[in-house]
Write a new protein. Structure first.
Length: 381
């Protein structure tokens, strides 16, 4: 019997066509200045730093920069291969079979997978309808005797919704009252108009996850980690998988980028906002397309195509194969609403956005009718 053809692998295709692809699929940042990072990596290369192990606990200069960046002097900084590895360690360390984590749908589902690997489960609050974020009331109602953790991703990937200070404070107080760990994933905080860290409201129980992937445009470098008070940090860091330290080039790149960030970031944000404004404006003319959250507080948002009767996976494939524009279909981010939307990130150079704006209506037209039309979900609280 002939073997059935392998399913289409969008990432394989996009990597094979890296230089022709407009990368708007992974919230990567293509606007951060590269010269400083490149010089630092080149220097580490010339000094042959790769021949020896790194200083295992991590470059103290990098840790100090992270602490200063967050304004949290009372924390330990853990370095890992991206926020992802830190998320794996902390779920492993703090959760066990039967435990529950209050989380959301949509969400960054890799964290949910790590929760499940620890034997725990997520209780997902549906956030696709306004106000598109967890409210203190809903968090309170979701708490059971098994709840151990609240996952607060702020701003939220993929919707781009952000949390007002009073909600961050109230959610932190709920976590404190119930002795829960508050996992504050701040991967996109630099894109936000006004971001509030949860840590100051609940220092002993908050783990803050940081990353230089999205703010500093270093996703390929794989550098991030966590910040927590010493007692909580020690509990988590027993599970550190990088006992011999994190990649020397990644550490050198992160130092250079964080030194440059205060000066460089305002123009990254300005361009990202202008890009999302242009997409929003164009979307007003695309029949059956809507933006559940605008403006986004992150560097991404979702385009709802359900009313148009478009299958997001068909749209993703059409955009990539016919136009070289790579967006991400919603099924990767939402068990409940993934059939409704496609996610676009927009910290790209303006000519990428030009190509997207040209391609999207054509791809919509080509894929109209690939899915039954879906009704909008009811508003939440
Ligand atoms: C909410 C969220 N947290 C964490 C990460 C992981 O980032 P990294 O491992 O690149 O630091 C991502 C990546 O997309 C994300 O969206």
């Amino acid at each position: 019997m002939p073997a059935s053809p392998a399913p289409f692998d969008a990432f394989r295709y996009a990597h094979d066509h890296y230089h022709e692809t407009v990368w708007m699929s992974q919230n990567t940042n293509h606007l951060f200045p590269t010269a400083g990072v490149e010089a630092a990596v080149r220097k580490a290369m010339e000094e042959k730093r790769y021949q020896g192990y790194p200083y295992a606990p991590g470059d103290p200069k990098l840790k100090a920069l992270v602490r200063t960046d967050f304004g949290l002097p009372d924390t330990e900084v853990g370095l890992a291969s991206g926020g992802t590895e830190a998320l794996y360690m902390l779920t492993r360390a703090l959760l066990g079979p039967g435990d529950e984590v209050i989380a959301s749908d949509p969400s960054y589902l890799i964290i949910h997978k790590f929760v499940e690997l620890a034997g725990a489960r997520t209780v997902n609050l549906p956030l696709y309808a306004p106000p598109n974020r967890m409210t203190p009331d809903r968090v309170n109602e979701a708490i059971t005797p098994r709840t151990r953790m609240v996952l607060l991703i702020d701003p939220l990937n993929p919707l781009g919704s952000g949390y007002p200070k009073e909600d961050v404070r109230a959610i932190a107080e709920i976590a404190k009252d119930h002795k829960l760990v508050l996992l504050n994933d701040t991967t996109y905080r630099d894109f936000s108009e006004s971001h509030t860290l949860a840590h100051p409201f609940y220092p002993e129980g908050t783990v803050t996850v940081w990353s230089v992937s999205k703010n500093c445009g270093l996703a390929g470098i794989r550098m991030g980690g966590l910040l927590a008070r010493k007692e909580l940090y020690d509990k988590i860091w027993r599970f550190n998988t990088n006992d011999l330290g994190v990649n020397v080039f990644a550490q050198a790149a992160a130092v250079a980028a964080l030194e440059e960030k205060p000066k460089a970031f305002p123009s990254v944000v300005r361009q990202s906002r202008e890009n999302q404004r242009r997409i929003h404006e164009a979307a007003q003319g695309w029949k059956g397309v809507s933006l559940p959250v605008y403006p986004s507080q992150g560097n991404m948002f979702v385009l709802d195509v359900a009313e148009r009767g478009v299958d997001p996976e068909a749209l993703q494939k059409e955009l990539l194969l016919k136009h070289g524009v790579f967006l991400r279909a919603g099924n990767y981010l939402s068990p409940g609403f993934g059939k409704r939307f496609i996610r676009a990130s927009f910290s790209n150079v303006p000519k990428d956005i030009d190509r997207f704006l040209e391609a999207f209506p054509l791809a919509l037209e080509a894929t109209s009718g690939t899915s039954p039309k879906l009704v909008a979900p009811a508003a939440g609280r």
